[in-house]
Ligand binder design. Structure first.
Ligand code: NAD
Length: 408
């Protein structure tokens, strides 16, 4: 099956052909010849997800292992379920491949540290594509130029309503663990993870530096009938001394787009969706590759792979601050608090039911404005967490905590 003759283009294998993997197919299509790369094979245990790819000349395999045995590849794109990220990235690195690993990299800090140690040659690029989007790059430059003065706080969050079909689409959705593997699915660790990673990026003291959290306090809640959390808030200090706050939910029928608010001694700047506003007249630097975030990030990965080392990619080590925050949030919260039925109601979108916690979007807006955790506002269902020094966290056992306080 395999033609091992050297080709002039880079040969990519896609792991996870349905779901977000389809966006990677579209991203490579959008890049066309500029990528100097082709997806030549895809792995997915569900053969129907591979069928439509055959028309594009992409060979299908039932597993990543079979694909790696059957193909000579330069790199893999891992767009597979979160609980598989760790083993798949290890396998690819052991085979000497470059990896575009979808976010979040891995659920646990000890898994991330093991991968960082394995990835001495920095072959892994994590799919936090919004870090290199135009507005986030503009904010980074505004900060670097000192326009806001000395940084005081970075706060952000969002509300991304999710209904039942989101949780039933995959066995790992809404889970803390699956078959003993950590998942830690939820808005902070999955759908709105970009906002938290962007906080770490904007708080980093240098052009390509990322911040790391120190003392944090956090609260994890479930509104929907799931094992994992669907609402969270966390605040603390970054190693640079700046305070930070993040809050996100799926348990609302109202949307809050990705929001970031940066306050300095001279003024503030705010990103809502793709729009920047500020208390100061900002002559926004127009740093823009002209690409949409996903194709742009994939292109950066491919250029890196071909030796252009000055092209920034989010390395595994750049996600340590993010992972310490999510893991510290779990420790601080102590358990996932179920929101009692009297504090929530339901709604439907196209017959698909969702859970709505009235007032939660106001709590997120308020937190972004003031840095107040849900429990600090007098909200009756909110429970304060303990202080956790995330910088000293090296290991987390999700199952242990879950077993101590099972989903009821
Ligand atoms: N960067 C972004 O903005 C963004 C957006 C959405 C999702 N994602 C990420 O993409 C990844 C996948 O998420 P999703 O929502 O598409 O998940 P999904 O479960 O909906 O789809 C994953 C695909 O992987 C396949 N799969 C399952 N087990 C597999 C295995 N062992 N080997 C190969 N393929 C397997 C499934 O059949 C499915 O086609 C996650 O890490 C998610 O966070 C990133």
């Amino acid at each position: 099956m395999q033609n091992a003759k050297p080709m002039s283009f880079l040969r990519l294998g896609l792991v996870g052909a349905g779901g977000y993997g389809k966006r990677h197919i579209a991203a490579l299509d959008a890049l066309g010849g500029r990528s100097n790369a082709r997806i030549v094979a895809a792995a997915d245990p569900f053969s129907e997800k591979l069928l439509q790819l055959e028309e594009k000349g992409i060979r299908g395999y039932a597993s990543m292992e079979q694909m790696l045995d059957g193909e000579k590849l330069d790199a893999v794109i891992v767009a597979a379920p979160i609980p598989r990220h760790f083993s798949m990235t290890k396998l690819a690195l052991h085979r000497g491949l470059h990896v575009y690993l979808e976010k979040p990299p891995v659920p646990l800090i000890q898994q991330l540290d093991e991968l960082i140690a394995l990835d001495g040659e920095e072959r892994v690029c994590v799919g936090f594509q919004l870090v290199h989007s135009k507005p986030v790059q503009q904010l980074k430059q505004i900060i670097a130029k000192g326009k806001l003065g000395k940084l005081v706080s970075i706060r952000g969050g969002g509300s991304a309503p999710r209904q039942r079909a989101y949780y039933t689409r995959a066995t790992w959705a809404g889970r803390v663990t699956l078959h003993g593997e950590p998942v830690f699915d939820g808005p902070m660790t999955n759908a709105l993870a970009h906002v938290l990673q962007n906080i770490m990026y904007l708080g980093g003291a240098g052009e390509n530096a990322y911040a790391s959290p120190r003392e944090i306090r956090a609260e994890l809640y479930r509104g929907a009938e799931i094992e994992s959390y669907d609402s969270s808030c966390v605040k603390g200090f970054l190693d640079s001394g700046i305070s930070f706050f993040f809050a996100a939910t799926h348990a609302s029928k109202e949307i809050i787009p990705h929001t970031l608010e940066i306050r300095g001694t001279r003024g503030w700047a705010r990103l809502e969706g793709e729009t920047i506003s500020s208390s100061l007249p900002l002559d926004l630097p127009a740093k823009d590759s002209g690409e949409l975030p996903l194709p742009g990030n994939v292109l950066n990965f491919l250029r890196n792979l071909q030796g252009e080392t000055d092209i920034p990619c989010v390395r595994l080590a750049d996600t340590r601050g993010f992972t310490l925050t999510t893991n510290g949030a779990w420790v601080s919260s102590g358990k996932i608090h179920s929101i009692a039925p009297k504090y929530k109601n339901s709604y439907t979108v196209n017959d698909d039911p969702g859970v709505n916690v009235p007032g939660i979007v106001s709590l997120i807006h308020r937190g972004i404005e003031s840095g107040m955790l849900f429990s600090e506002t007098g909200t009756p269902w909110a429970v304060p967490g303990d202080t956790c020094d995330a910088s000293t966290l090296y290991s987390l056992n999700l199952e242990e905590t879950l077993n101590a306080a099972p989903f009821a």
